[in-house]
Design a protein around this ligand. Structure first.
Ligand code: PNS
Length: 162
C-alpha cells in the first residue's frame, strides 16, 4: 500500500493541481493532499477555506483525502505513513527550486522519495498567483480553476474596488 502526499499552498487550487491529483490517484493507493498553513505568509484564503475548496473538487475521488499541516512536511508525511512526496513540474524553471526542496527533504527523511509529475501542457502556464491576479481585476478564470473556486474568488474580490 503506497501512500503519497501532495503538498502545497493551494491558495487556491487550480485545474493544474487538479490534473496532477487526478493522475496521481491512479498511480498510488492513497493520496493525501496536504495544505500548508504557513505562519510566514498571509494567504488570500484561510487554510480551512483552501481545504474545503479542494475537498469539493476531489469529492468523486475515493482514494484522495485533504489535510491541513504546519511545520515540516517530512514530519507530517511520517506521521501519516507516507513514503512518497509528489510535486508537479510545470517547466524547467521549476526544477531548481523543486530539487532543492526534494534534496532537503531527503536529507531529513531518506526513507521518503520525492516523485515529480509533469503538468499537462494545457496547464503549464498556470499557477495560483496568476489566477488571483486575473480574478482581482475582474477577469474570467473559468476553465482555470474548479467552479467552486471561481465562485469564491468572485465573492472575495466583489467588494474590492477596481
Ligand atoms: O505550493 P508551494 O507553496 O510551492 O508549496 C511549498 C511546500 C508546501 C511544498 C513547501 O513550502 C513545504 O513543504 N513547506 C513545509 C516546511 C518544510 O517542510 N520545509 C522544508 C523543505 S523546503
Amino acid at each position: 500500500m503506497i501512500v503519497a502526499i501532495y503538498p502545497g499552498s493551494f491558495d487556491p487550487i487550480t485545474n493544474g493541481h487538479l490534473d496532477i491529483i487526478d493522475r496521481a490517484r491512479k498511480i498510488f493507493d492513497h493520496l493525501i493532499v496536504a495544505v500548508l498553513q504557513n505562519p510566514n505568509k498571509v494567504p488570500l484564503f484561510s487554510a480551512e477555506e483552501r481545504k474545503r475548496m479542494i475537498e469539493e473538487a476531489v469529492a468523486d475521488f475515493s482514494n484522495v483525502e485533504v489535510e491541513v499541516f504546519d511545520g515540516l512536511l517530512v514530519h507530517f508525511a511520517r506521521s501519516r505513513g507516507c513514503r512518497v512526496i509528489l510535486r508537479g513540474l510545470r517547466a524547467i524553471s521549476d526544477y531548481e527550486y523543486e530539487t532543492q526542496i526534494a534534496l532537503t527533504n531527503r536529507k531529513m527523511a531518506p526513507e521518503i522519495e520525492t516523485v515529480f509529475l509533469p503538468t499537462s501542457t494545457e496547464y503549464s502556464y498556470l499557477n495560483s498567483t496568476v489566477v488571483k491576479e486575473i480574478a482581482r481585476f475582474g477577469g474570467c478564470v473559468r476553465g482555470l480553476v474548479p467552479p467552486g473556486v471561481e465562485r469564491r474568488l468572485r465573492e472575495k474580490f466583489s467588494s474590492v474596488s477596481r
